[in-house]
Write a protein that binds this ligand. Sequence first.
Ligand SMILES: CC(=O)N[C@H]1[C@@H](OP(=O)(O)OP(=O)(O)OC[C@H]2O[C@@H](n3ccc(=O)[nH]c3=O)[C@H](O)[C@@H]2O)O[C@H](CO)[C@@H](O)[C@@H]1O
Ligand SMILES: C=C(OP(=O)(O)O)C(=O)O
Length: 430
Amino acid sequence: MEKLLIEGGHLLEGTVPISGAKNSAVALIPAGILADSTVTIDNLPDISDVGILAELLEEIGGKTELDGDTLTIHPENMFAMPLPNGRVKKLRASYYMMGAMLGKFKKAVIGLPGGCNLGPRPIDQHIKGFEALGAKVTNEQGAIYLQADELTGARIYLDVVSVGATINIMLAAVKAKGRTVIENAAKEPEIIDVATLLSNMGAKIKGAGTNVIRIDGVEHLSGCRHSIIPDRIEAGTFMLAAAAMGRSVIIDNIIPYHLESLTAKLREMGVRIETNDDQVFIHGANSDLTAVDVKTLVYPGFPTDLQQPFTSLLTKAQGSSMVTDTIYNARFKHIDELRRMGADIKVEGRSALVNGGKRLEGARVRASDLRAGAALVIAGLMANGVTEITGVEHIDRGYSNLEEKLKNLGATVWRETLDTKEEEEVKSSS
Ligand SMILES: CC(=O)N[C@H]1[C@@H](OP(=O)(O)OP(=O)(O)OC[C@H]2O[C@@H](n3ccc(=O)[nH]c3=O)[C@H](O)[C@@H]2O)O[C@H](CO)[C@@H](O)[C@@H]1O
Ligand SMILES: C=C(OP(=O)(O)O)C(=O)O
């Protein structure tokens, strides 16, 4: 086990290149199952979720080759191997194996997924979609069994706007007979990215990125090459780090349009931002940041995945800010850790009230989930002294070469292996 150490107080300057989007990659890799021939995915982030998904494809008989940021998937010998346990439990996105395997083999057995513990993460809308397409779905001893004689297109209205359900139903429907219409679909850019890959394979999909998606099923999908969109959450995390500690930082290789909700909030706080086609410039760590209220919403609203790192920045803003998470209303495990660092934050229901204007102090803290880890990294960059963050494995699920990118901007950050006593402490507290 490792810990991440950050000596706070160093100003950041320079350019940071953003990797491909985790939340696209984790759906695009299972989507490769649906093709009859080789699928090549470029601009993959170097994160542990990618490695685990590639291993899952190998478990079902596929061949994968990872070369730098390119993954080649050979799906020819894949079969409907049951995956009730093991790797599927290590990440949330293993649930995309359900849609992809159901679409390809008309059957699948997949253990209930893992992923960040953000409170309940139901999959009832995914299952409702699979059933509407004609699958029989049962839950037996912690695994979902899916079976269909054939899949037939259907009209599916999602009761809640869900990224996961929208993508999973697309994966199952692209080879179903006839037309599927997903109503009240999620509109996140990652959904468009998955639809683009599937269309390049020969799928017929219209409306991805709007709340009605129409899919006309096809018999065969062939291989193709696809480059993943930039990670708007990684980009947003660096924008927040730059707003907190940046002298002048360029966030490079991004789609600024995907980050408009964050850009608007940062401007409201007093951060100077300029954008061009594929970059955002953040000028100057401003000591007079103003408190703002923020509420997470489905895209194009403020992303739940940036709520936790945004809260760290708010500890620096003058005045009181209210942070409300309407997507995952228990996504506040980072707050106790920020308090250890001197933050004045109260959680009430699905909101956190941040009394800002505090200089944080370095402390020993634990990342309980991926974006809690990002929040603690930003807090560590701002704090007096050294912050030690355990739970680094969560951060490694979603941030590609984080230390290297921060070091290149001038941060003092490094990793150490935990000694036996520290490891025991971590195990007993988690
Ligand atoms: C809409 C939204 O912001 N989605 C975020 C959510 O996606 P993720 O795919 O995890 O979540 P969904 O978009 O599927 O779910 C959105 C909401 O719907 C609920 N739900 C979902 C599926 C279901 O079958 N039943 C149900 O009730 C969830 O509990 C949640 O409150 O977390 C990801 C990882 O943090 C983010 O990248 C996504 O942008
Ligand atoms: C919570 C996240 O990941 P996952 O849904 O894969 O657990 C995230 O990307 O912020």
